[in-house]
Design a protein. Structure first.
Length: 296
């Protein structure tokens, strides 16, 4: 206990949740090398909130947290923060912070905004107190060069994936609305975990591309430092719809195949005599059976 150059620390904490509120109660007791005692008690609260509506549906999430510390003399410090996202693709992250310290008689307010742009991550911050003020900014990104070209990325880690969904533009990668494939169907995804299965998915719900995605989920197991190519099959032919009827005016039979001039199956007949085909270009004519049982 009283030996020079030694110290002891004791800590006790309890965490739990109540409905949406998470909280942690912790107590610490410290003895330095001179056996001087320091006691602290901390209360941490965290709760998710919602506000407004996203353009693609659902509420926007914001996160509120507060940490209050007490020592032998009572109130010692408090820190409150609020964070969340905004933008039509949740491409902006923000954080605001208000802190107070009793010993230094200091109150500090600050905030930061990060823009997850397609080709870079841009950030800015500001903080001030009764003793100083500070403004900062940063920009970061990466460049990946490989056999099929050069691609820019908003951020890079040591293990990354090049997403390739040929000519499918605007597909969101792994649920990130701000990370989308470009006009050639490429995107750089940096959040891979080495030596484990990584499931990567594409979401085309907001893509305006006519290219069809054939399977939206892939798995890869990279080693550390790898740059892996994750290929998604796509169909580059375009969909066309039109109404057609038999010569006698009756509707076509639902489910019958549609063939082009060369006998290739290019589509089928839908409900209400609506013909659906998918081809590279509109054929001059198509063939649709009227009565297969009679060979017509």
């Amino acid at each position: 206990w009283g030996r020079s150059g030694t110290g002891k620390d004791y800590q006790l904490s309890y965490s739990n949740t109540w409905q949406r509120l998470s909280f942690t109660l912790s107590a610490t007791q410290t003895y330095d090398s001179n056996n001087r005692e320091d006691k602290r008690f901390n209360i941490y609260l965290s709760i998710p909130l919602t506000w407004g509506l996203k353009e693609n549906g659902g509420n926007r999430d914001i996160h509120l947290s507060n940490s209050t510390t007490f020592d032998d003399q009572g109130y010692e410090a408090n820190n409150t923060s609020l964070s969340g996202t905004f933008g039509n693709r949740d491409q902006f992250n923000y954080t605001t912070n208000l802190s107070q310290q009793r010993q230094e008689h200091q109150t500090t307010f600050g905030g930061s905004v990060t823009w997850n742009a397609p080709l870079a991550t841009v950030g800015g911050s500001y903080s001030q107190s009764n003793k100083y003020h500070q403004v900062g900014g940063n920009i970061q990104g990466g460049l990946v060069a490989w056999a099929d070209g050069v691609h820019l990325a908003s951020r890079l880690n040591d293990t990354i994936a090049i997403i390739n969904a040929p000519y499918l533009e605007g597909a969101a990668v792994q649920g990130r609305p701000y990370l989308r494939t470009n006009a050639k169907g490429y995107a750089v995804f940096e959040a891979l975990t080495p030596y484990r299965q990584n499931f990567i998915s594409l979401d085309v719900s907001e893509s305006e591309s006519d290219v069809a995605l054939l399977g939206n989920r892939k798995v890869t197991v990279p080693y550390r430092g790898a740059v892996v190519l994750v290929h998604f099959e796509t169909e580059t032919s375009k969909p066309f719809y039109f109404l057609a009827r038999r010569a006698d005016g009756e509707p076509l039979t639902f489910g019958y195949e549609v063939e082009d001039d060369e006998g290739n199956n290019v589509g089928l007949v839908g409900q209400g005599s609506r013909v659906f085909i998918r081809t590279e270009k509109v054929p001059i004519s198509v063939k649709i059976a009227t009565d297969k049982q009679q060979g017509l």
